[in-house]
Design a binder for this molecule. Structure first.
Ligand code: ZN
Length: 558
């Protein structure tokens, strides 16, 4: 691609162009912006280069020689890169009269390229630093054959269709707005009702599993974050402190210290443990503006957080419980495929090797008892304890990091957390941090893409719409609609003076799970037929019969 670009646009300067998991890109400095038609021209030229089947020839030359060469070519970005290379010799590759600085390896001839496509153009700062010049990045992908390329292009189409930012707009779920600030989410009514449904489910299940629900503030004194170690180790993700009555306060990046404070508000004995605290806790973390992305990377978000304080002899059972709970919650949202990682002790750690071993064994045992396959990330644990990370796979088989279960030997020490043992002495409990969905914002973004906006009945913002064919059907539609609403079914009644075909189309675009269409026959028979989102008709039912069916489905979280 670089060769083709230099042929067509000799003034363009080449920066960095690596291969990636999904293909390749090249960052290019050129005053005029590349247009989509330019991509076609470049592709055409690339095909000609492939046809020539010229060999890629590697040459190892001295760094000084290379600097001279690229200076002469006017490739100042390459010269800058060369100046940072420590080695005395560097490799360059030549192909059909085109020369580039490259570590290699390369295919032997350009004719080996079989199927490729240039995908998009984006802005990218030189070396990823927003203080540097903005370059143009051209993305492409390549495969061994046309079929694989086409399968990948179809996948990209599907990804685009499911983009949660696009669906968020179309289904009026959420928005972001420069006036409010980057990375801050506004939940619109349709998104908010889904969030409330998720939160209700989450809280109820936590109460059933013997967690206590907490609420804690959004700010706390800076000193608290010094005790927790955040100021020392996490400050690049925290916002500047604010002054309140001459005391520094800080927006919370995590909930843990608050839960510890509640634990410490009373005396705890060995009989009180385990103590399980859960909170939908909103935190604020600094993210560079360049990495913010819809709901997936934000600056303010709500974690579905929990902390378990337990004795060392309870750790196996507690981790087993947490893992089973995690799998149950994820499966409820339609995720049953996971990539699981168990991260073990790094070189620098707190706590004793024996307690690390015990905790790591407990994590491993829980995974094995549950029959979950996992990979070990040797030495990948945080300094404060081992952990399990669970990546869920969505309907396009993409992986998303959501759940984490972490053992913590550090915070109980830092905050002097204790319980009174059966021996009458003070002991340190073990602390487990865990999040199932990760954050509500991110999980919502994943859900939107997983379901392509067609949420299952129990989550759908509007579960059912009653549509009238003519004005004279309005009274009966109201009657039915009211009965369904009174049964807690999120119902909408559409008696607008529009053609029924139009009303059905509009409801279909909004992906409403059930439509009840009221005409003369429905009014006279007192029966309804129901049109499902996939176009299938079911019924006829009495309103009571149908209410039962739909309520049961919602109860089963279908
Ligand atoms: Zn925590």
């Amino acid at each position: 691609m670089a060769h083709a670009i230099k042929d067509l646009f000799p003034e363009a300067k080449l920066a960095i162009g690596p291969s990636t998991d999904e293909g390749f890109y090249y960052d290019i400095d050129r005053d005029a912006p590349f247009a989509p038609e330019d991509l076609e021209k470049i592709e055409k030229r690339m095909k000609e280069i492939v046809k020539k089947n010229s060999p890629f020839v590697r040459k190892d030359i001295s760094k000084t020689e290379a600097v001279e060469l690229f200076k002469k070519m006017g490739e100042n970005y390459k010269v800058e890169l060369l100046q940072e290379i420590q080695d005395d010799t560097v490799s360059i590759y030549e192909e059909g009269g085109f020369t580039d600085l490259c570590r290699g390896p390369h295919i032997e001839k350009s004719g080996k390229v079989k199927a490729f496509k240039l995908l998009s153009i984006a802005g990218a700062y030189w070396r990823g630093n927003e203080k540097n010049k903005m370059l143009q990045r051209i993305y492409g992908t390549a495969f061994e054959n046309k079929d694989d390329l086409n399968a990948y292009l179809n996948f990209l189409e599907e990804v685009k269709k499911r983009d949660h930012r696009k669906l968020g707009r179309e289904l009026d779920l959420f928005s972001m707005n420069d006036e409010i600030g980057a990375g801050l989410i506004l939940w619109h009514p349709n998104g908010a009702i889904i969030r409330k449904t998720i939160e209700d489910f989450w809280r109820n299940e936590h109460l059933k599993a013997d967690y206590k629900i907490l609420y804690t503030p959004h700010i706390a004194r800076l000193d608290l974050w010094k005790t927790s170690g955040h100021v020392e180790y996490y400050s690049e993700n925290m916002y500047s402190p604010m002054d309140i009555d001459g005391v520094d306060y800080e927006l919370k990046p995590m909930n843990c210290p608050f839960h510890i404070a509640i634990y410490k508000s009373g005396l705890r004995s060995y009989r009180d443990l385990p103590v399980r605290y859960a909170e939908l806790g909103t935190v604020y973390r600094y993210e560079r503006s360049g990495v913010l992305h819809g709901l997936l990377r934000v600056r303010g978000f709500t974690q579905d957080d929990a902390h378990v304080f337990c004795r060392e002899d309870q750790i196996e059972e507690e981790i087993q419980n947490v893992l089973n709970f995690t799998v149950f919650v994820l499966a409820t949202f339609g995720f049953d495929n996971y990539d699981i990682y168990l991260s073990t002790r790094p070189e620098k750690f707190v706590g004793t090797p024996e307690s690390w071993e015990r905790a790591t064994d407990a994590l491993r045992l829980a995974l094995e008892k549950r029959g979950l396959a996992y990979q070990i990330d040797e030495g990948g644990g945080a300094f404060y304890g081992p952990k399990i990370d669970i990546k869920i796979k969505d309907s396009l088989n993409r992986s998303w990091q959501c759940s984490t279960i972490q053992v913590d030997f550090n915070n109980p020490e830092r905050f002097d957390v204790t319980y009174r043992g059966s021996d009458g002495k003070e002991h340190r409990p073990i602390m487990i941090h865990r999040a199932l969905m990760g954050s509500l914002e991110r999980f919502f973004g994943i859900l939107i893409e997983h379901y392509a906006g067609a949420f299952p009945l129990w989550l759908a913002p509007v579960q059912l719409s009653v549509l009238t064919i003519a004005e004279r059907h309005g009274d009966y539609a109201q009657e039915i609609g009211r009965a369904l609403k009174n049964s807690d079914i999120r119902t909408e009644i559409n008696t607008d003076n529009e053609k029924i075909g139009y009303k059905i189309r509009e409801a279909t675009v909004r992906k409403i799970p059930y439509l009840v269409i009221i005409g003369d026959k429905e009014v006279s028979d007192k029966m309804i037929t129901v049109r499902k989102r996939n176009g299938e008709n079911i019924g006829p039912f009495t309103v009571e019969q149908f209410t039962d069916i739909i309520k049961r489905a919602i109860g089963d979280r279908q």
